[in-house]
Design a protein around this ligand. Sequence first.
Ligand SMILES: *[C@@H]1O[C@H](CO)[C@@H](O)[C@H](O)[C@H]1NC(C)=O
Ligand SMILES: *[C@@H]1O[C@H](CO)[C@@H](O)[C@H](O)[C@H]1NC(C)=O
Ligand SMILES: *[C@@H]1O[C@H](CO)[C@@H](O)[C@H](O)[C@H]1NC(C)=O
Length: 453
Amino acid sequence: MGKSHFVLLFVLLINNGAMSARTTPDGSEQWGYVEVRPKAHMFWWYYRSPQRTQDPNKPWPVILWLQGGPGASGVGIGNFEEVGPLDTFLKPRNSTWLQKADLLFVDNPVGTGYSFVEDKSLFVKTDEEAAADLTALLISVFNRDQVLQKSPLYIVAESYGGKYAVTLGLSALKAIEAGKLKLRLGGIALGDSWISPEDFVFSWAPLLKDVSRLDTSGVDKSNRLTQKIKQQISEGQYEAATNSWSELENVIISYSNSVDFYNFLLDSGMDPVSATAAELSQKKIFLKRYSRYLDSSRALPGGDGDLDTLMNDILRKKLKIIPKNVQWGGQSDLVFSALAGDFMKPRISEVDELLAKGVNVTIYNGQLDVICSTKGTQAWVEKLKWEGIQSFLSMERSPLYCGDGSATKAFTKSYRNLRFYWILKAGHFVPVDEPCVSLNMVGNITQSPAETM
Ligand SMILES: *[C@@H]1O[C@H](CO)[C@@H](O)[C@H](O)[C@H]1NC(C)=O
Ligand SMILES: *[C@@H]1O[C@H](CO)[C@@H](O)[C@H](O)[C@H]1NC(C)=O
Ligand SMILES: *[C@@H]1O[C@H](CO)[C@@H](O)[C@H](O)[C@H]1NC(C)=O
């Protein structure tokens, strides 16, 4: 490999103050930082699909993937462990969503993953603040790119990412109407999303009892805490509710002998890097367990395929623009703490607002999830005030299949601009657990012109 090869590898360096970016020579990948507020830097990574087509009547879609946590890295987890083109061993993922759409990963909110703040007062404290930063990022990435502007953007979220997705959807629409953002919003998809914390905490004990993972004493203990959480939420004591939520998790962990919050068929104790009891009493455990679940099925920490090693060692060398003093995930715990006052706030009315504005909203949920259970999701959907909700609820579902098997993989139904997918045999991380039906689903959500496989 000659020297000229290295010179060619990164041909573009945009530096207009707020934005620095790099691209591969063929333009198939771009990444960079946007200074979304002074001293607050958000990292993004865009992949152009090799299947991209150019028919103006069937525009090629772009997916913005929003990870949860709060503080979990979309650039790391969503990209390398869930839907991106490569896995953590940098081997091709045959179920990558890149087959259906271009992918845009972000480390959101600032402080997550490679994103960073230069001053600790700059972490976001609310979902709306996160949405404002994401809107600034979209303005920076889309307004300079006419190809992207012709592509409808689908915001696809997982877990806490759903709360950012709905606030971002509204904030982006406002910016589009004001002429500040050049973008077509295609729709929003909420995968196992933390839209109504109260409905989720109320779902846990009954669900786990029905599947034999809790008994009545565990349920009674849980009920006392869920009542307390309901009270705290109704009084606007959100931070206290976050603490009670953490207490409730501990009760459930103890009475269920450590059920996995992301799949009730599993134990978190089966995880090779299982959290210790001391860590379970800390708030940041939500985030820690979240990335651990995905790590555990793949690699040992420090070894081949370990996400931390990949992000902090191998990829830094490729990306070239990560500042020396920035560690991937170095500020993640602080991201969670800063949002503790918003963590338990519901975002149901934002979903209503999007539906009323005619935005296509898709909800999908893994059957085996606990933390954002299907039971809890159905409960908040029933609270929607949108005029189509009664018709939606009374409709029948259709079964879905995938691959050559005749097994039922999912159910779906839709009414006007609301669609719901019930994904069977999947926990919280739907695309990881059921890649085939997830890929079909995302092709349908984005109306992808890609040939069906
Ligand atoms: C993808 O790979 C997995 C195993 O690595 C295999 O089971 C599956 O059939 C493959 N899917 C496709 C669409 O090729
Ligand atoms: C919403 O989805 C439907 C198909 O499900 C499509 O016909 C329609 O154009 C979409 N609406 C918008 C605003 O993208
Ligand atoms: C996608 O849409 C096609 C055609 O409308 C349908 O046959 C298929 O079942 C759908 N798949 C999913 C996963 O929604």
